[in-house]
Design a protein around this ligand. Structure first.
Ligand SMILES: Nc1ncnc2c1ncn2[C@@H]1O[C@H](COP(=O)(O)OP(=O)(O)O)[C@@H](O)[C@H]1O
Ligand SMILES: [Mg+2]
Length: 446
C-alpha cells in the first residue's frame, strides 16, 4: 500500500469536513449535534515521516513497521491529551473517533462500546459520498459495505475501534492506518479507563453526600424526639395542677350554687386540660425508647391511639378519617407502641398524599376465615404511588418528598415492625386513585 499523505490531508479538502453522522440502518449512533468543525493547521512543508522502530515493543504496541506520518501522530497525541474523561465513556470514544476522522477523512471510523448488561453504543463517522454503503451495528463489523475493515479490541474492555477502508491494502497489518489505529486504541483504552473511574468516583461522592444528609436528618429527628419528650415532661406538672384546681373549683361552684355559665366554663377548662394531659402522657410513652415485650394487645385501641396522635396531621390536610372496625374486639400478639407507630406512619403518608379537598382516610378491620386472622386496611384517596415506585417504597431512605419533607424511613420502619410481628403487608392501587395498605395479623386470645 502506498500511503498518500495528500489524499489523507484533511486541510487539503475543506469540503470534506468530517461529521459523525447518523448512519443508516444502525440504531445507536452519534448524536445529531456532532457536526464537526475541523480546524487543522496546515502542516509544515516536507513533514518527515516517522519510521516506527521494531523496538517499540516495549510500549506494548508491538508494531512491526510503518511509516506513520508525524502529522497523524501529532493530531492523535493532541486528541489523546484532550479526551473529555469527565464527560463519560461515550464522549471519550467520540473524541477519538472525531480525531481519527479528521486524520483520515475518507475512511469510515467508528467505535463500539458494549458494556455487559448495558445497551450497545456506536459512535461512527462515514465519509461524505459513502453513505450508501451498508453499515453493521455489532462489535464485529461496523463497515460491512466497505472493501475491508480493521477491527481492534480496545485493551481488555468491552469496546472495539473500527476503520472501514476502500482499499484492502490499507487494512493490512503494519500499514500506517493500522498502526495509527493501534495507537488510537491504546489512547481510547486509557481514556475509557479514566472516564469509568471518574464516573465511579462521582457516584461514590454523590452517594456519600445523600447518605450524610440522611444521617443529619435522622439525627435531627432523634434529637427532636428527645426535645419533645423534655417539653412534654415540663408540661405535665402545670397541667396536672390545672386539672386538679379546676376540679376543686368546679366542685365548690356546684356546692355554693354558682353561675351555671361559669360552671360550664370550668367544666370545659377541666376537659381541655385533661385531654392535653392524656396526650402528653401518651406522647411520652410513645417517644421513649421501646423496652416493650409482646403481649396480647387490642388492635382497635392501638389504631385509635394512632389516629389521636395524627389528629393534627389530618386537620392540616383537611382530611376526614373513617373508621370501620370489625364488631368483635380483636387482639394480636405484639408491642402496642410499635404497632401504633405503624399506623401513625401510614396515616401520615396518606395525609401527605391527600388532595387539597375531600381527602379521606379509611381504616378498616375485618376478621378473616374462621376467626384466626385479622386484616387491617389503611386506604386513602390521595395521589397514589407510581407503579415504578411500588417496589421501592419500603427501602430505607426512599422518598419522593423533596425539600427535606420526607426522610424515606417511615415505610421501612413499618415493614420492620410488621416483620417482627409476623404480619404481612401488601400495597394496592385504589381504583379511582389512591393507595391501600393491607396488613394481615394472626389473632390471639385477649
Ligand atoms: N399513602 C401514600 N400515597 C402515596 N404515596 C405514598 C404513600 N405512602 C408512601 N408513599 C410513597 O412512599 C415513599 C416512602 O414513604 P416513607 O418511607 O414513609 O418516606 P417519606 O414519607 O419520608 O417520604 C413516599 O415518599 C411516597 O412517595
Ligand atoms: Mg412517611
Amino acid at each position: 500500500m502506498s500511503h498518500n499523505s495528500t489524499r489523507t490531508d484533511p486541510s487539503s479538502s475543506p469540503s470534506a469536513a468530517p461529521s459523525i453522522a447518523p448512519a443508516s440502518g444502525s440504531a445507536s449512533i452519534a448524536p445529531e449535534s456532532s457536526e464537526l468543525r475541523v480546524v487543522t493547521t496546515p502542516p509544515p512543508p516536507n513533514v518527515p515521516s516517522l519510521r516506527v522502530m521494531p523496538d517499540e515493543k516495549a510500549s506494548g504496541l508491538h508494531l512491526r513497521t510503518a511509516e506513520v506520518p508525524v502529522r497523524w501522530l501529532d493530531s492523535l497525541f493532541v486528541a489523546a491529551c484532550n479526551m473529555p474523561v469527565g464527560a463519560g465513556e461515550r464522549a471519550v470514544a467520540e473524541s477519538i473517533v472525531r480525531a481519527l476522522a479528521e486524520i483520515l477523512p475518507d475512511r469510515g471510523v467508528g467505535a463500539c462500546l458494549a458494556p455487559p448488561g448495558e445497551t450497545l453504543q456506536i459512535v461512527r463517522y462515514v465519509p461524505p459520498g459513502e453513505s450508501q454503503r451498508t453499515l453493521g451495528s455489532s462489535p464485529t463489523r461496523l463497515f460491512v459495505g466497505f472493501d475491508a475493515e480493521i477491527v481492534l479490541p480496545v485493551g481488555r474492555r468491552d469496546a472495539t475501534l473500527h476503520l472501514g477502508v476502500l482499499d484492502a491494502e490499507a487494512a493490512r497489518e503494519g500499514s500506517p492506518e493500522h498502526d495509527l489505529m493501534r495507537r488510537a486504541a491504546l489512547a481510547l483504552d486509557r481514556g475509557l479507563g479514566v472516564a469509568r473511574s471518574t464516573e465511579r468516583a462521582r457516584d461514590a461522592a454523590r452517594e456519600l453526600r445523600t447518605l450524610s444528609s440522611h444521617m443529619v436528618q435522622t439525627e435531627k429527628l432523634a434529637s427532636l424526639g428527645q426535645l419533645a419528650a423534655g417539653i412534654v415532661h415540663e408540661l405535665n406538672n402545670p397541667l396536672t395542677s390545672i386539672v386538679a384546681y379546676t376540679d376543686l373549683l368546679l366542685k365548690r361552684q356546684l356546692t355554693v350554687g354558682g353561675e351555671p355559665q361559669d360552671v360550664e366554663r370550668l367544666r370545659r377548662i377541666g376537659e381541655s386540660a385533661g385531654r392535653m394531659l392524656k396526650f402528653t402522657r401518651d406522647l411520652v410513652t410513645y417517644a421513649k425508647p421501646s423496652r416493650e415485650t409482646a403481649i396480647a394487645v387490642s388492635l382497635h385501641d392501638v389504631v385509635d391511639k394512632a389516629l389521636a396522635f395524627c389528629e393534627h396531621v389530618l386537620d392540616e390536610s383537611r382530611a376526614k378519617a373513617i373508621r370501620d372496625f370489625a364488631a368483635e374486639s380483636v387482639h394480636v400478639r405484639g408491642m402496642s407502641e410499635q404497632l401504633a407507630q405503624v399506623f401513625v406512619n401510614l396515616v401520615t403518608n396518606a395525609c401527605h398524599a391527600m388532595p387539597p379537598a375531600d381527602g379521606t382516610l379509611w381504616v378498616r378491620t375485618r376478621i378473616l376465615g374462621s376467626g384466626e386472622g385479622v386484616e387491617v386496611v389503611v386506604e386513602d384517596n390521595g395521589e397514589g404511588i407510581a407503579p415504578e415506585h411500588l417496589g421501592l417504597v419500603f427501602t430505607p431512605f426512599f422518598t419522593t418528598k423533596g425539600d427535606g419533607k420526607g426522610t424515606g424511613l417511615g415505610l421501612s420502619i413499618v415493614k420492620n415492625i410488621l416483620d417482627t410481628h409476623d404480619a404481612g403487608v401488601r400495597i394496592e392501587a385504589r381504583s379511582g386513585g389512591g393507595t391501600r395498605f393491607v396488613m394481615v395479623f394472626a389473632r390471639v386470645e385477649p
